[in-house]
Design a protein around this ligand. Structure first.
Ligand code: FES
Length: 76
């Protein structure tokens, strides 16, 4: 993630879930994978485009995916 994203950045446009909500789920709720993220925030539970590049079905590709966020925080 070379780019910096504001905490108000909407990662999941379907469910209107911000980066702050995703980070809260990871840090405070101990979300470890996409299923956990969907459980706590609903992000990724509709079209799935926000989950990863391979699942992005949108014409305009997203700048940030849930998988990238998880990868960054799951590193030990
Ligand atoms: S953009 Fe997240 S489920 Fe569609």
């Amino acid at each position: 993630m070379a780019q910096k994203f504001l905490h108000s950045y909407i990662v999941c446009t379907c469910k209107n879930v911000s980066l702050a909500e995703i980070l809260f789920a990871i840090k405070e709720k101990n979300a470890k994978n996409l299923k956990d993220i969907a459980f706590y925030t609903d992000a990724g539970s509709a079209c799935g485009s926000c989950t990863c590049k391979e699942n992005d079905v949108g014409e305009k590709k997203m700048d940030l995916y849930l998988s990238q966020i998880l990868d960054k925080y799951n590193k030990k």
